[in-house]
Design a protein around this ligand. Sequence first.
Ligand SMILES: [Zn+2]
Length: 272
Amino acid sequence: MKPSATTVATIAALGLSVRSTAAAGGRTVDRLYVLQCGEVHAPDQSRWSPGVNVGKPIVNSDNCYLIRHGEDWLLWDTGYNDDYAGKPDGTKNGDSVVFRKESLAAELAALRLKPADVRYVAISHMHPDHTGNVDLFPTSTIVMQRVEYDAIMALPKPPFKPDHSVLTLAGDWDVFGDGSVTILSTPGHTVGHESLFVRLKKTGAVVLSGDAVHFKDNWDNRRVPSINFDKEMTLASMQRLADVMAQNHAQLWINHDKAQSDAQRHSPEFYD
Ligand SMILES: [Zn+2]
């Protein structure tokens, strides 16, 4: 049923420690799918790495991630809008060109899923390469930090309609209450940016970066892009992710790192 009005439920920070769930063993999700939600060809890498590789073109992946937890599905980010899909020459977007092979709707359909099957659509942050298809999920619950949601709704043209059911957070959140999926508050790239910690049985623990970092070289060198809300907050969030990874022996999956993304299994294959 489509919600008739905005439902905003706020969950305050739980003081949740990702380390404590690790110590307890932590439950795992069943599957994690990597979906290709776009690709951006940009003329100058230094937008993301000030002073480094100035004028050198870069191709960034743009992933979405779909998680199965028992009967529930959680989608992490929605990528570029499906209108970009199926255009072999791409679509000009400022000084960049955006490609999207298949629509998100088609990628879900290939898994025999409908948008209504997705219980939670959790969004790392407001930018259009992450929020392009939120309106495809009118019956899902959108999950994001409260300050990010408020900032989105204050935009002249919000990337999605205000009539979604929304769960707004003020910090971390253990999504299924068993430590298998935890939203991590990692502000800095935007005011209420968040990342996702996921436990898998065979693969182990994974941190999905959102845009806390854009590619591995920036991670290794702790670089912050010029388009960024607060540099010190971003650096603190990167350190926080490094600590969570060390405590949980977790891998870092960087959404926009094309080399890493190309080496990964893509839907309909999955990680378990
Ligand atoms: Zn992005």
